[in-house]
Design a protein around this ligand. Structure first.
Ligand SMILES: Nc1ncnc2c1ncn2[C@@H]1O[C@H](COP(=O)(O)OP(=O)(O)OP(=O)(O)O)[C@@H](O)[C@H]1O
Length: 259
């Protein structure tokens, strides 16, 4: 359950997709992330949890190129990502969703997804054409029936699925979702989780930042807990969730008593 910084675990090689090494991020006097090390393994569903302000979104921002680490390295299959623009990183196959919807108003659902697909296929013309990718992303997220609707008229659950569709249309190898089930009821949450698990089944590696612990534990194969910008625990989700330290710092006694 200790945080594993090394490339190997019990002497065996871990097939990593993305490696974060000694990254820190400071905003003036605020240390958002401090000397953080972790790997994202190919094909896994990794949950990233922690209290408000722990640094989770900052980690996503650094991986996706929105913010540059103050120190440290980030590599995707051995290729450096630090210093690349967000669009360059996206073209390498790293997609993410945002806490607030990032759709383009005044456009239909289809057009919103198509733009994301066109962005990717410009850089990878050997891949499927943008209309095929758009339709596949709409099908994968259950948005076919509302494809012609103006994006701003969708309900909350549909907006969340549009976020996923736009990310999937870039044909990512790694998808990072940031509080994608926040504001959804249990049925809507399960629907979104099913979509994500199915996408993972097609080979997309998933990293999942979420405060909904039920959701995190139901889909994650591995869990990393951040606190004050550092890794506090890492390992099997159910074991991590039983850790007294994790219960004290994040999950709370009420969570533990209900288990
Ligand atoms: N642009 C910024 N300027 C100054 N401080 C920032 C900035 N972005 C984040 N921070 C600070 O960095 C710390 C980590 O923030 P971050 O948003 O990454 O946490 P988080 O774990 O995603 O939190 P939450 O669960 O509330 O979304 C917080 O103290 C936050 O106030």
């Amino acid at each position: 359950m200790r945080c594993v910084a090394a490339r190997t675990r019990r002497g065996t090689h871990v097939a990593s997709l993305l490696e974060v090494r000694n990254i820190s991020k400071r905003f003036g006097g605020v240390v958002a992330v401090e000397d953080l090390n972790f790997v994202i393994r190919k094909g896994e569903i990794l949950g990233l949890i922690g209290p408000n302000g722990a640094g989770k979104t900052t980690v996503f921002n650094m991986i996706s190129g929105i913010q540059r680490p103050t120190t440290g390295t980030i590599t995707l299959e051995g290729q450096n990502l630090v210093g690349l623009r967000p669009d360059q990183i996206a073209r390498k196959g790293v997609a993410r969703t945002f806490q607030s919807s990032s759709f383009l108003p005044g456009m239909s659902v289809y057009e919103n997804v198509y733009l994301a697909a066109a962005f990717r296929s410009l850089a990878a013309i050997q891949r499927r054409a943008a209309p095929d990718v758009t339709e596949a992303a709409l099908r994968a997220t259950g948005l076919v029936d509302v494809a012609e609707r103006p994006a701003e008229l969708l309900n909350v659950s549909q907006h969340k699925r549009l976020e996923i569709a736009r990310a999937v249309a870039t044909e990512p190898v790694l998808l990072m979702t940031d509080e994608i089930v926040a504001g959804l009821n249990n049925a809507e949450t399960d629907e979104v989780l099913d979509i994500l698990v199915r996408l993972n089944g097609t080979g997309i590696t998933l990293v999942f930042v979420e405060h909904d612990v039920r959701a995190v534990l139901s889909v994650s194969q591995r869990l990393i807990v951040l606190a004050q910008g550092r890794c506090m625990a890492e390992g099997d989700p159910h074991e991590v969730a039983r850790s007294p330290e994790v219960i004290k710092v994040y999950l709370g006694r009420r969570y533990a008593q209900n288990q």
